[in-house]
Design a protein around this ligand. Structure first.
Ligand code: UD1
Length: 417
């Protein structure tokens, strides 16, 4: 297994163009199934999950080709409406194929996506919503068997929590349903808006994406289109945080600053100079980072759960006491034991972590347990004195394209071994 070796203490400096958003490209690729046409999706990040999504599309009978950051999909033919656990087990977001398959073909069989390192990931909201649209969902032991005998019908659906995945699945199901669907208390994440933009370009009628209520008027068919995926706000925040934790200076382009305001505000509060213009965020670190005010993760536009492990590492390197409250996933604090081994003073119980910053971090041998927790460890290692060895980097590389090369270009001493 590969690992990163990092010599800490190097100041990160320079410019970087951030990758396309992982959490946008996967649902958008799933949505190409709705079009029965040709789509070209630009700015796709080179990640294993992107490759797996291409595999899923091919399994379904579509042609999908990846050429220099763009994916060409032709979904005219769908010959297979089944996703086995071999595919769904590797990527739990594969559940977003359910809505599109049901909407286009009236049936689908999908093996349960299962839990993940962040804790159980239920899909009850996805299934309840689809049932309200007329789908019959049989929850068998190994898989879900879904069909819509009369076709999907528009419905008024109130989500009990603004789930990103459920909002995406239901929005995709609704675009080809008969009549109007109103989704209430839905997720407002920028990736939802990106998906709606893609679908609208394909001929869908969607109003209010990015707000709590989305209205969708079903249309008979969609056509293919060309679309560019938005920049990855969590990857952008990771590079900004890498400059902040090493006392550096950075300009991150390819990102809409509006999409990461809660994280930019937190970077400012920890003493960084942060400024932005269209498609670019810049940061200049202070001589010493300050503790963060309370960080509570919330659905967008609140502070994102994916950003928590990044800021946990920043807090460990900052002066003073910071408090974190995680409200979305159970196991967000996977990096805490490793950060403690690197000299961080963190007390964590349940949703809450208290970080007493100030004691210097030192290099250690640690292991990433999930994607963002792993990125948090890389940040800590960049700031630590001495050498860190990070194992489990396959988790980290699920979300960051050319991570090692990008950090090296910014002046980090990092090797993949
Ligand atoms: C998506 C992102 C993930 C990010 C998360 C929160 C993708 C592929 N993944 O995940 O990276 O960390 O949003 O921004 O885009 N829930 C239910 N029932 C459901 C669905 C969700 O109870 O049917 C709960 C979950 O347990 C969790 C919360 O709702 O506590 C949020 O989940 P959700 O927004 O659905 O996250 P994902 O779409 O899984």
């Amino acid at each position: 297994m590969d690992r990163y070796e990092i010599v800490g203490g190097r100041r990160l400096e320079g410019k970087i163009r951030v990758q396309g958003a992982k959490n946008s490209v996967l649902p958008i690729l799933a949505a190409t199934v709705l079009t029965a046409g040709r789509c070209v999706i630009h700015n796709c990040p080179a990640l294993s999950d992107t490759a797996l999504t291409i595999r899923i599309l091919r399994t379904l009978g579509c042609s999908a080709e990846w050429r220099q950051g763009s994916i060409f999909v032709d979904s005219s033919v769908l010959s297979h409406l089944e996703l086995s656990s071999v595919l769904t087990g590797k990527m739990r977001s594969s559940i977003v194929f359910l809505g599109p398959l049901l909407a286009r073909c009236g049936r689908a069989k999908i093996a349960y996506p299962g839990g993940c390192r962040l804790g159980p990931r239920p899909i009850d909201l996805h299934l309840d919503g689809l049932r309200q649209m007329g789908a019959v969902v049989q929850e068998e032991e190994q898989h879900l068997l879904c069909h819509a005998p009369e076709g999907l019908q528009g419905a008024r659906i109130v989500l009990s929590f603004p789930s990103v995945g459920a909002t995406e699945n239901l929005m995709m199901a609704a675009v080809l349903a008969k009549g109007k669907t109103t989704l209430m208390n839905c997720a407002c994440e920028p990736e939802i808006v990106d998906l709606a933009d893609f679908l609208t370009r394909c001929g869908a009628k969607i109003y209010g994406a990015g707000e709590n209520t989305i209205e969708i008027e079903g249309v008979r068919a969609l056509h293919g289109c060309e679309h560019t995926v938005i920049g990855d706000r969590i990857a952008a925040a990771t590079y900004l945080a890498a400059a902040a934790i090493t006392g550096g200076e950075i300009a991150v382009s390819g990102i809409e600053p509006e999409n990461l305001m809660s994280m930019l505000a937190m970077l400012q509060k920890s003493g960084n100079e942060v400024f932005w213009e269209k498609n670019c965020c810049c940061l200049k670190a202070p001589p010493r980072l300050q503790a963060l005010p309370q960080v509570r993760t919330m659905p967008y536009p609140g502070f994102p759960t994916d950003g928590l492990p990044l800021f946990l590492s920043l807090a460990a390197a900052a002066q003073g006491t910071s408090i974190f409250v995680e409200n979305i996933f159970e196991n967000r604090y996977s990096s805490v034991p490793c950060l403690q081994r690197m000299g961080a003073s963190i007390r964590q119980e349940g949703k809450v972590a208290v970080v007493e910053g100030g004691s210097p971090l030192h290099g250690a041998d640690v292991c990433a347990e999930d994607l963002r927790g792993g990125a948090g460890l890389v940040l800590a290692a960049l700031a630590a004195q001495g050498i860190s060895r990070i194992e489990g980097i396959e988790w980290i590389e699920r979300g960051y394209e050319h991570f090692c090369e990008n950090l090296t270009a910014l002046g980090a001493e990092i090797w993949k071994k």
